[in-house]
Design a protein around this ligand. Structure first.
Ligand code: TPP
Ligand code: MG
Length: 795
């Protein structure tokens, strides 16, 4: 074995061995996609697809990483379209069973894009929606910095992202690097796969210089791996500088047009428009040049890449960004073709590639021969990269009570109660240390001030406070438990996602709580989806919400957010009206989040394994009706029903028994006072109005769907879900009332098999008083009474 010790990196490797490995990785990645498309008969006529060119582009970079650079604690986010490369490498390392290689994009097989929750091998970061998986390691590193500061340093991990060059078009990348919360993270390495191609086209012009400046301006360390060894040698010759200047200035479209031409045509095309000295320099080159020379890029030179990784490693106090110049489709007949994004090699081309590598149909899926150097190198790397099992001790320490014992005698809003509950929990030894809050510049206006006063704001180093605020103590230091973000809801959900994966990625369970104005949940929605798709567990409070935020007007009033909360998988949507119900629900949610890390789980629903979305308001409401329900039902039963999704706030059973026609008034959240007023009016008219306070339309909906699906799957008549039965025991028409789109609870009529009238906000709001807005959207008591009469008439 010829061992090279690469000087800056200190990495010892045999270039011939790594070259052999990268060609096997390229083969397997290509063949994995090929088998999915050509060996498997799906029977449905739908193209399977896959990305051989995008994968080939990263083969050298990923070979260099996994076979010569990474250590076991390092975490890598892989560009979505390079998933076949990742799986090929895991297979060669012995971490993936051979049977999976023919299952790309098959049900239960390798996922199209790396998935933490669905792939059989250990994916660190899910990717797929470009830009988000790219930014995730930055927030994972921010999370690690927080964990190290609070719980003691973990073994050092490098957080690495492999990013397509066109991913840099996504704004969330720039929001992520610009945020002060991600400043100075020296363990982050972003590797940009500069193949100058996106999906549709060759990326116009030359954008790298601008991107490099943008990263530098954001405080990142920028490195290039641009020219291969042969080009560097050419530049060093007399006259070589002119060649370099010509290549550097060449727009992407011109450069990419050199691919797929023969050597003579490349020479002609390359020199088209070139200064005379470049022409004379090239005249002195051999026949095959400049054709082979100009495609000699450092992103396919393992030595250059390892040097560049080492330069980035040496940079300890800021993220590094490595621009690695590559060829999309490297080593394949489709290399550099502007239309190669989804192109597939023909079976004949695959056959040629197989024979060129000395493989046959019998050996094509084999691992590297363990008797030869490459196989031995892979075995050694497998051992080097093996992760030790996580310490379970930290998880056991988190234990959340059933409630904080909050008292609420006077009118109080759910937002205010939320702030008080968090302060209370911060005092509990088994909860407080694990709580971490974050907000995109709305911490104080969402009632986190109390928590911040108690726990401080996180900063890796203590910072001097220049002004004393008697109300809000903004003390910044390594002990702080609030992470303040700039106004980026994307960053909020990306950070919550990584805080919510801390037990896996940083070996420390946390209880992450984020706050955001409810309408702007949608501004971060893709990152919200990304984070819960990744399996992260956190709590987010959208507050204030709805037209109840009356004076703020239409631009700040959320209407469709409950639908998002109800429909988004791995998220439980909760919208309580009363403070004590919120206390029980929030503690239950935190118990469930804590349970993911293996700690005690006294009360949470076993079916909930995701995150929690609380929709809150600033409208203080009288708590007496809830107290009356407590007195009537007792805390044990009431709490169970509140957690299940709904309970009878006013029970008109006596009036029903006396013969009054029954109706259900079903309210959710801030509108409960109007619903209660309507019930009282109806009672005066001799109608038995039972008021149901829905604390979680999501839990009720899911309970209903569970029984329906059970019926569908077992071909039996579905029963009414228990959660619905306890609140709606009689058959009676329903009126639903929600400060949100009317359809959020309109399914209740179907669920109960009764007529239903749904009131809600189905047009944009405007400024006004709460009463003005409720009147404008038929949420006032008079409208609710009319809706009840209409529902009764539909019987
Ligand atoms: C948010 C989002 N928008 C669009 C797409 C569709 N899409 C997939 S890959 C791609 C182009 C990616 O180009 P680049 O990042 O340069 O990767 P390459 O394939 O060149 O390596 C696009 C537009 C996506 N996956 N995610
Ligand atoms: Mg690209």
């Amino acid at each position: 074995m010829e061992i090279v010790t690469n000087s800056p990196s200190g990495t010892s490797y045999d270039p011939a061995v790594l070259d052999e490995i990268q060609h096997r990785v390229l083969w397997l990645a290509t063949r994995i996609v090929d088998a999915a498309n050509h060996d498997r008969d799906t029977g449905d006529g739908v193209k399977v697809g896959g990305h051989q060119a995008s994968s080939a582009s990263l083969v050298t970079v990923m070979t260099a990483l996994y076979f010569a650079h990474l250590d076991a604690p390092d975490r890598v986010s892989v560009k979505p379209h390079a998933s076949p490369v990742f799986h090929a490498i895991q297979y060669l390392l012995g971490n993936l069973d051979r049977s999976y290689l023919t299952t790309l994009r098959a049900f239960g097989g390798l996922q199209s894009y790396p998935s933490r929750t669905k792939d059989p091998d250990a994916v660190d970061f899910s990717t797929g929606s470009v830009g988000l998986g790219a930014a995730a390691p930055l927030f994972a590193a921010a999370t690690r910095r927080y964990v190290d500061a609070h719980f003691g340093a973990r073994p050092r991990s490098r957080f690495i992202a492999l990013i397509g060059d066109a991913e840099l078009d996504e704004g969330n990348i720039w929001e992520a690097v610009a945020d002060p919360a991600t400043d100075g993270l020296g363990d982050v390495l972003w590797i940009i796969d500069v193949n100058r191609q996106s999906l549709d086209r060759v990326v116009p012009g030359v954008r790298i210089a601008q991107w490099e400046q943008q990263f530098s301006a954001a405080g990142c360390h920028v490195v290039e791996a641009k020219y291969g060894r042969a080009l560097q040698a050419a530049f060093a010759r007399p006259g070589g500088e002119a060649l370099r200047a010509w290549i550097d200035a060449m727009p992407n479209e011109h450069y990419q047009s050199l691919f797929g031409l023969d050597a003579a045509a490349v020479r002609e095309r390359f020199l088209d428009g070139a200064p005379a000295e470049v022409g004379s320099f090239c005249a002195g080159l051999g026949d095959d040049d400049p054709a082979s020379l100009v495609k000699d890029l450092a992103g396919h030179d393992i030595g250059s890449l390892l040097d560049a990784f080492a330069q980035c490693d040496a940079e300890k106090d800021r993220p590094s960004v490595l621009f690695a110049y590559t060829i999309k489709g490297w080593g394949l007949p489709i290399a550099g073709n502007p239309r190669n994004h989804s192109a597939l090699l023909t079976p004949a081309q695959v056959d040629q590639m197989r024979s060129r590598l000395g493989l046959t149909a019998a050996t094509e899926w084999d691992r590297l021969d363990p008797m030869k150097h490459a196989g031995q190198w892979a075995a050694a790397r497998r051992e080097h990269l093996a992760r030790s099992p996580r310490a379970a001790a930290a998880a056991a320490a988190v234990s959340v009570p059933d409630s904080t014992g909050l008292r609420a005698a006077r009118p109080i809003s759910t937002q205010e109660a939320f702030g008080r509950i968090l302060v209370d929990l911060s005092r509990a030894e088994s909860v407080g240390p694990y709580l971490v809050t974050t907000a995109p510049d709305v911490a104080t206006s969402t009632n986190l001030a109390g928590f911040i006063n108690r726990t401080g704001v996180f900063s890796p180093v203590p910072r001097r406070a220049w002004s004393e605020d008697p109300v809000l103590k903004w003390a910044e230091g390594p002990d702080g438990q609030h992470i303040e973000l700039g106004i980026s809801e994307m960053n909020l959900f990306l950070l919550l996602g990584q805080l919510g994966l801390a037990s896996d990625l940083s070996d420390q369970p946390l209880l992450p709580v984020g706050t955001v104005y409810d309408p702007f949940v949608l501004r971060g929605l893709d990152a919200f989806i990304y984070s819960v798709y990744s399996g992260a567990r956190f709590i987010v409070a959208g507050t204030p919400s709805g037209v109840t935020l009356a004076p703020e007007g239409g631009a700040h009033q959320s209407t469709i957010t409950p639908s998002v909360g109800i429909e988004l998988p791995n998220v439980t949507f909760i919208e309580p009206a009363y403070a004590i119900a919120l206390d029980w629900l929030l503690c239950g949610a935190l118990q469930s989040v804590a349970a993911s890390s293996g700690s005690r789980l006294p009360g949470a629903e076993p079916t909930e394994t995701g995150s929690y979305y609380f929709r809150l308001t600033t409208r203080g409401i009288d708590q007496q009706p809830f107290q009356a329900a407590r007195d009537r039902m007792g805390d044990a039963i009431l709490r169970r029903q509140v957690l299940a999704g709904g309970y009878r706030l006013v029970d008109a059973a006596d009036a029903v028994a006396a013969g009054a026609p029954p109706v259900y008034l079903v309210g959710c959240g801030a509108v409960l006072p109007e619903v209660l007023a309507a019930a009282a009016e109806l009672a005066d008219e001799g109608i038995a109005a039972t008021v149901v306070d829905v604390t979680s339309p999501d839990r009720l909906y899911r309970a209903w769907q569970r029984t329906l699906r059970q019926g569908v799957r077992t071909a039996t008549a579905p029963s009414i879900a228990g959660a619905l039965r306890s609140a709606f025991s009689d058959r009676a028409p329903v009126v639903t009332v929600h400060d949100a789109a009317s359809h959020t609870m309109s399914w209740l009529g179907s669920a109960l098999g009764v007529p239903a009238v749904s009131l809600g906000v189905d047009s944009f709001g405007q400024s006004g008083t709460v009463a003005d807005l409720y009147r404008a959207h038929d949420l006032d008591p008079g409208s609710i009474v009319n809706a009840a009469l209409a529902a009764l008439s539909l019987r």
